[in-house]
Ligand binder design. Structure first.
Ligand SMILES: Cc1cc2nc3c(=O)[nH]c(=O)nc-3n(C[C@H](O)[C@H](O)[C@H](O)COP(=O)(O)OP(=O)(O)OC[C@H]3O[C@@H](n4cnc5c(N)ncnc54)[C@H](O)[C@@H]3O)c2cc1C
Length: 470
């Protein structure tokens, strides 16, 4: 940090997706930031590098469709708000159909370089092992799902709440040259080109019925990581390990990550695959592909064996095998006010996945808001809340109060981490969905599409208006 500013600094703890974005937003508003990141001194179970904003699993920021997809709308709002995470993602995009996927190393290096070279940001490599000292009058805790245990205990002691944990699993990454392209083929589902793709962005591995059944049996029988320590801890439904899905029913995988719809085997176009495993490009060079939706807690030996049963992956070489991790988050609807401040400690905010949002983009967006709220507080000019009709507002509302706490069981934690989705947005005005002129058939499916488009357009318009006013 070389520049002088008349403001005293705001402390951000954790240089992940949320903390990096928060630090950037604060510094861009002219206020100095001290960013405390422990990697370099102490690692986590999932991070592999010391880089800021490291992506711990998939390299995808999911759909980039801002016209009818909720996460695409959140991307667009973040771009409007000058997000560092989005600008580094856009600069490091790799082809992935309608999704925004990134070269994970290039992305993290870009975020690290931008933060390191910002004149108002100082990065301190240290573990913060307790709540911020009182002289850090404004601080943001953005230490993520793998918050170091000493800080997690301090948060628990301050909030009096039982730390709620759930399981999260990560998917394997495979060296492209070990994939048999005489069996597999390149194609995006329904040949979707998307903003950064070609229509042939995924590698597809076909399975017939017998191969699928044998694979499901092997998954169920495979040796799993023991998890006595965490017994009774629920899974997050959006990130179920494949073997847990297989145990839920023989057909579950075929209707989930292994669905064959919208894909035609280029080597055998007349025979429809019974199930398909998809792999998505993981780095700009195209030398690595990750298995889409294939998070797993199978032990390494069993995992390699079972994955090599997939046609085309018989000789797969793994850059990283899948694994299982614990994930913790606070009971935000009870503990935080609507600007993400801990009610019991004015000046102390939370951001990112620890607040109970779920996903890279969601974590970064809550970091963006926490950073802006803290900067506005430092300047003595409170920030109006983003309208609930925006993706920012709907996610913030879910975390800080939108989730209903049951009156019958007031002590019970029912708050679950949530990805952004249209269910979090307020309803449209009655009569907003009408049959367009000249259209003969206007079915339920058409109404759903129109509803998403209208909600998305309203969100972007309201976000632009909010940003102009702040
Ligand atoms: C195993 C796993 C896999 C996941 N896979 C995906 C996925 O595929 N797609 C997706 O969208 N989301 C995924 N998530 C969820 C979530 O999006 C990511 O965890 C995301 O990185 C959360 O962003 P964050 O900034 O809140 O936390 P992080 O990115 O984890 O950043 C927190 C930072 O705080 C640092 N830190 C922790 N404690 C301290 C301390 N006491 N002092 C100083 N620094 C500290 C950590 O080193 C880390 O750099 C996954 C989560 C986990 C745990």
């Amino acid at each position: 940090m070389t520049d002088k500013s008349s403001y005293s600094p705001i402390h951000v703890i954790g240089g992940g997706l949320a903390g990096s974005e928060a630090a950037w937003q604060i510094a861009e508003s002219g206020i100095p930031v001290i960013l405390h990141e422990m990697r370099g001194v102490r690692g986590t179970d999932a991070h592999k590098t010391d880089g800021l904003a490291e992506l711990v699993c998939s390299n995808s920021f999911r759909s980039d469709d801002a016209t009818s997809n909720a996460v695409g709308v959140l991307h667009a709002e973040m771009r409007l708000a000058g997000s560092l995470i989005m600008s580094c993602a856009d600069k490091n995009q790799v082809p992935a159909g309608g999704a925004l996927a990134v070269d994970r190393e290039g992305f993290s290096e870009a975020v690290t370089a931008a933060i390191d070279s910002h004149p108002l940001i100082a990065v301190v490599r240290e573990e913060v092992s307790g709540l911020p000292p009182k002289d850090w009058d404004l601080a943001i805790i953005a230490t993520g799902p793998l918050t170091a245990p000493s800080l997690a205990s301090a948060i628990q002691a301050e909030t009096g709440a039982d730390a709620l944990a759930f399981f999260d699993a990560i998917a394997p990454i495979i060296h492209t040259e070990s994939i048999d392209m005489d069996i597999c083929w390149f194609q995006s589902r329904y040949d979707k080109v998307g903003p950064g793709g070609t229509g042939k962005d995924y590698i597809n591995c076909p399975m017939d019925e017998a191969q699928y059944n044998a694979f499901v049996d092997a998954l169920i029988a495979g040796d799993k990581t023991g998890f006595k320590e965490w017994e009774g801890t629920p899974y997050f439904d959006g990130c179920l390990p494949i073997e847990v899905m297989a145990e839920r029913g023989r057909e579950t995988l075929r209707h989930g990550p292994m669905k064959p719809m919208g894909l035609t085997n280029a080597h055998n176009p007349t025979v429809k695959a019974y199930a398909v495993v998809q792999l998505r490009q993981d780095n700009a060079l195209g030398t690595l592909y990750n298995m889409v939706g294939f998070q797993t807690k199978l032990k390494y030996g069993a995992q390699a064996e079972v994955i090599r049963m997939i046609p085309g992956l018989e000789k797969a070489e793994f850059a990283r095998l899948g694994g299982l991790h614990r994930n913790t988050y606070i009971n935000s609807p009870v503990l935080l006010d609507n600007s993400l401040t801990l009610k019991s400690r004015p000046g102390l905010r939370f951001a990112g996945q620890i607040t109970g949002c779920e996903g890279y983009v969601e974590s970064a967006s809550i970091g963006l808001l926490a950073g802006r709220f803290a900067a506005a507080e430092r300047k003595g000019q409170p920030l109006p809340l983003p309208p609930q009709t925006t993706a920012f507002g709907s996610l913030l509302n879910h975390i800080t109060g939108g989730h209903i706490v049951s009156d019958d069981e007031p002590g019970k934690r029912s708050f679950q981490p949530m990805n952004i989705n249209f269910g979090l947005f307020p309803l449209l005005e009655p009569g907003a969905i009408t049959k367009p002129e000249g259209v003969k058939r206007f079915r339920g499916k058409d109404k759903t599409v129109m509803k998403k488009q209208l909600v998305a357009a309203r969100a972007l318009e309201d976000c632009a208006t909010w940003l102009k006013a702040v």
